[in-house]
Design a binder for this molecule. Structure first.
Ligand SMILES: [Fe+2]
Ligand SMILES: [Fe+2]
Length: 282
C-alpha cells in the first residue's frame, strides 16, 4: 500500500500535532490510518461487484472462522468484512486496563469498538437541534455491537437500561428494526449498505417486522427514528469528535453507578465486565 507522508500527517492534525504525540500514539494513529485505507480499498473493490444475495451470504457461513454476529470487541473488524478479501489475517489490539471504577466515558475511551461512529452520530443529532435524550440515544445506539452484532439494538438497550430513561432505552432498542423501514416523511431511506450486508433480496425477520409495527405506533417512535436518521455509514475520518463534548449530556441523563460500571450488581453488570475483560477465557 502506498503511503503519502503529507496526507498521513494532515489526517493526524498536522506536523505540530504529530510532534506532540508519544511514539505509541503515533504508531496507533498510523495503524488506524492503514486500517481505514484497507477498508476503503476493500469497499472500492466491492463497489464493482453486484450486490450479494441472501443465498450468497448463506454459502459463506462455513468459509469463515467466526460468525458474523460476533461482537466487535472479539474479532478484528476488517476480518469481518468479506471472506473473499485478500486482507491478511489481522489481529485484535491489546486493550488498555480500565480504571477500578469505570465510567461510561472510560468505556468510550478504552473499550467501545464503535466510539467514533457513536460520537459522530451524537454530534449530528446535536447540530440538528435534537433533545438531550435523543443525543444520548445516538451516543449509545450501537454500544451493544461491542458485545454482539446480532440483534445489537436489544443488546445495546439492555446494557444501558438500568442507567437511562425508558425513552432512551426505547430509542436504542428500536433503531435496529427501524433501519429496515423507510420513512419518507423525515427523508429516511432503506440503507444502500444493507443490500450488501444482508443480501439484495433480504426480508427482515418476523421479530423485526413485529418490532417495527410496535415502534411505528408508539408515542416515542420519533426518538428511535431520529437515531436512524443520524446513524451514519460514511464516516469522515477528518472529523474528530471528543467524548468531552457530551460530558454534560451524560452527566444529566446517564446514572453513573458510584461503584463503577460492572461493579454495581445490576442484572447487566456482567455485560460491562465482559467488555472490561473480553480476553477472559471463561
Ligand atoms: Fe445500529
Ligand atoms: Fe449506527
Amino acid at each position: 500500500m502506498d503511503i503519502d507522508r503529507s496526507v498521513v500527517v494532515a489526517s493526524l492534525g498536522g506536523e505540530t500535532a504529530v510532534k506532540d504525540m508519544s511514539h505509541e500514539a503515533r504508531a496507533d494513529a498510523l495503524e488506524d490510518y492503514l486500517a481505514a485505507r484497507l477498508q476503503a480499498a476493500v469497499a472500492a473493490r466491492q463497489s464493482n461487484k453486484p450486490y450479494p444475495t441472501v443465498a450468497d451470504h448463506e454459502e459463506r457461513v462455513d468459509r469463515r472462522g467466526y460468525r458474523r454476529g460476533v461482537g466487535r470487541l472479539f474479532v478484528h473488524e476488517h476480518n469481518i468484512q468479506d471472506p473473499d478479501a485478500e486482507a491478511p489475517t489481522l489481529t485484535v489490539p491489546r486493550l488498555a486496563p480500565m480504571p477500578p471504577k469505570p465510567t461510561l466515558i472510560d468505556f468510550f475511551r478504552l473499550r467501545f469498538a464503535t466510539s467514533a461512529h457513536l460520537l459522530q452520530s451524537a454530534r449530528l443529532a446535536q447540530k440538528r437541534g435534537a433533545s438531550e435524550e435523543t443525543i444520548l440515544a445516538c451516543l449509545l445506539h450501537d454500544t451493544g455491537q461491542s458485545l454482539m452484532k446480532a440483534d445489537h439494538g436489544y443488546w445495546g438497550a439492555q446494557i444501558v437500561e438500568p442507567y437511562v430513561s425508558e425513552r432512551v432505552a426505547f430509542a436504542v432498542r428500536y433503531h435496529q428494526a427501524l433501519r429496515f423501514y423507510p420513512d419518507p416523511s423525515v427523508g429516511y431511506e432503506y440503507p444502500e449498505t444493507y443490500y450488501r450486508i444482508f443480501g439484495v433480496d433480504y426480508v427482515p425477520l418476523p421479530h423485526i417486522a413485529r418490532a417495527y409495527d410496535y415502534a411505528r405506533n408508539h408515542k416515542w417512535y420519533m426518538d428511535a427514528r431520529l437515531v436512524t436518521l443520524n446513524d451514519l455509514y460514511s464516516f469522515d475520518p477528518s472529523v474528530q469528535v471528543s467524548i468531552d463534548e457530551f460530558t454534560d449530556v451524560i452527566g444529566r441523563h446517564f446514572r453513573q453507578p458510584k461503584e463503577g460500571l460492572g461493579n454495581d450488581n445490576t442484572p447487566v453488570s456482567h455485560m460491562w465486565r465482559t467488555m472490561i475483560n473480553p480476553d477472559a477465557p471463561l
